[in-house]
Ligand binder design. Structure first.
Ligand SMILES: [Zn+2]
Length: 424
């Protein structure tokens, strides 16, 4: 009897353990789905700041109305022949590993990540639109010295960083304080788009997040080292946020309902050619709407769908509108990727240049003490295009014959101050 009961008990245990295994598998599946849904922390942070920080909220709303009016006026259309180039600095906040291992990722991996980012923004696969905006690793640091655009700092001494990684400001997860990590290495946000590569975010809860373009010392993008690769969709997704793109499912209440779609310029993701959907809807039909081309959302870099491969014209308009207003505008005239050896003196206001971008001429305003000094206009390869003397407090430099693009103008004694100018 005792033995039979034991066998029965064993059989029951086997049944139970099978059930437990099934339950574990189910939970694991649930966790995977959840992890995918929670991959980007941008909205969590943004929503929190919108509720708790009135200055942030105001800046965000002002910028939103500026962008809306630029898009309405189609002001971005006239810039479409100009490729914007954004200087980038990548700060690797590693855990003391050897260069090229674990979170201390190699220079080559970072360069491939920037190339992958550019391929996506420039629509190399041909599936979306060419945003005509690209990124360059800085060649010149804030002091004017040569750089490869990559900075490395051992962050393991910052409390909690080794174990749980960075904690985005306003996020309840435990980990190293975001500003302490960013203070280890950051460059002026007016001249460089800052990317911090970290070991973990919220103990592995997220793979990246970016600041919407409201400025500030800590403006930029945070990404885990394993997602900073040439093939990852995370980097273009987060940079998209950095240029004020929302998720294609914005306004779905956390995958609960279809986003409101009364006015596509102010509802949902505020982009008209990306049909609104729920975060989890990525199948062959969109349960929320049949208008607009569904592929433009479900294969969009700004969705959470598994296969992403495109930005749309509407997103391009929004990115480019964002690029030509503060705080991103100053990046277009940064000399962070310019030739080394020409020193820009940022704190020196002896010269100013306007308008920028310019159409046929540039006004160079200068201090009266500097009359008689020279100016030189270079193209973006460093070739001299024009030269002249500063003969009045407002010198006009004719750009009429030059083709559209980016030029550098060096001015003053020893040509010490350099401006980056966009000719439309
Ligand atoms: Zn996101």
């Amino acid at each position: 009897m005792g033995r039979i009961r034991k066998i029965k008990k064993n059989n029951n245990m086997k049944k139970y353990s099978n059930l437990i295994l099934l339950l574990i598998a189910f939970l694991f599946l649930k966790m995977e789905i959840k992890a995918q849904n929670a991959e980007c922390a941008t909205d969590l942070i943004h929503n929190n700041l919108m509720q708790t920080d009135s200055a942030y909220r105001n800046k965000s709303l002002v910028l939103e109305s500026e962008i809306e009016s630029i898009i309405k006026n189609q002001a971005t259309k006239k810039f479409t022949s100009t490729i914007y180039t954004i200087p980038v600095v990548v700060h690797v906040i590693h855990l003391g590993e050897a260069l090229g291992t674990a979170s201390n990722i190699s220079d080559i991996q970072i360069q491939q990540a920037i190339t992958g980012l550019n391929n996506r923004f420039r629509n190399v696969n041909g599936l979306g639109v060419d945003v005509e905006l690209e990124f360059c690793l800085a060649s010149k640091d804030p002091s004017g010295n040569s750089t490869n655009g990559i900075k490395r700092v051992n962050g393991s001494t910052v409390p909690n960083y080794s174990v749980t990684g960075i904690t985005p400001t306003g996020n309840p997860c435990s980990g190293a304080v975001e500003t302490t990590i960013k203070d280890l290495s950051r460059w002026p946000v007016s001249d460089y788009y800052n990317i911090w590569v970290v070991s973990k975010i919220c103990n592995g809860g997220f793979v990246g997040y970016a600041s919407y373009p409201v400025g500030g010392l800590y403006d930029g993008l945070v990404i885990v080292s394993t997602s900073m690769t040439g093939t990852s969709g995370t980097l273009p997704h987060e940079v998209g946020h950095g240029f004020y793109l929302y998720h294609t499912f914005n306004g779905d209440g956390g995958n609960v309902y279809c986003p409101v779609d009364t006015n596509c310029l102010i509802n949902g993701d505020r982009v008209c050619d990306t049909p609104p959907h729920k975060q989890g809807d990525c199948g062959t039909t969109n349960p929320c709407t049949s208008t607009a081309l569904w592929d433009k959302s479900r294969f969009n870099y700004m969705s959470y769908c598994p296969l992403v491969n495109r930005f749309t014209q509407g997103q391009k308009d929004r990115i480019r509108a964002t690029a030509i207003v503060a705080p991103r505008l100053s990046l277009l005239t940064s000399v962070g990727c310019g030739p080394v050896g020409i020193n820009e003196i940022n704190s020196n206001n002896m010269f100013s240049i306007f308008p920028n971008p310019a159409q046929s001429e540039i006004n160079l305003k200068s201090d009266i003490k500097l009359l008689g000094s020279s100016y030189v206009v270079y193209d973006n390869t460093g070739k001299t295009i024009l030269k002249g003397k500063i003969t009045s407090e407002n010198t006009i430099i004719e750009l009429g014959n030059l083709s559209g693009g980016i030029y550098l103008i060096s001015v003053g004694e020893n040509l010490k101050q350099t401006f980056k100018v966009i000719k439309e």
